[in-house]
Design a protein around this ligand. Structure first.
Ligand code: FES
Ligand code: FES
Length: 175
């Protein structure tokens, strides 16, 4: 049996320690050592994207990364999306647009989209379609996933476009 290493992992803003073999994947450490089972495991060889998490803001297939490689990285899993028990805007959009059916792929798509929108907030529909093509969904046909991500992007843009200071100045200037 190979020697195990005590590593520190920062996951969803919390510090954790885990005693892992060098060959243990990040997905296995998240699910089995930290009990974060929201991230799913599909193919286990980098094809399906079900295991997608954010590592330092980048969508990463957690089945292709060793846990020891993630030490000192900032990791976010699907559990980080909820806001005090409430669904996030992205999760609500998936629900409202029927962006899931069986739901197996959904955690991976959510984290893929979360990472993508953080980097490309002005992405158009074609760019969103290209981005979500990285992951596999056997149920939805992708249209509703694209709808959900595009809707989230539009809502976030409209929120960030609303500048309270400018709005009140404009109101004062209006007779
Ligand atoms: S389980 Fe990681 S890509 Fe499929
Ligand atoms: S919703 Fe079933 S695999 Fe995507």
């Amino acid at each position: 049996m190979s020697e195990r290493h005590l590593i520190g992992l920062t996951v969803n803003g919390a510090a954790h320690e885990a005693l892992v073999e060098p060959r243990k994947t990040l997905i296995d450490a998240l699910r089995h050592d930290l009990g974060l089972t929201g991230t799913h495991v599909g193919c286990e060889h980098g094809v399906c994207g079900a295991c997608t998490v954010l590592v330092d803001g980048e969508p990463v297939r957690a089945c292709l990364m060793f846990a020891v490689q993630a030490e000192n990285c900032d990791i976010r899993t699907v559990e980080s999306l909820d806001d005090d028990g409430e669904l996030s805007d992205l999760q609500r959009a998936f629900r409202d647009h029927h962006g899931l059916q069986c739901g197996f792929c959904t955690p991976g798509f959510l984290m893929l989209a979360e990472g993508f929108l953080a980097q490309e907030p002005d992405a158009d529909r074609d760019e969103i379609r290209e981005a979500v093509s990285a992951n596999l969904c056997r149920c939805t046909g992708y249209q509703t996933i694209v709808d959900a991500v595009a809707d989230t992007a539009a809502r976030r843009r409209s929120t960030s476009d609303t500048c309270p200071a400018r709005t009140s100045a404009e109101k004062e200037a209006t007779p």
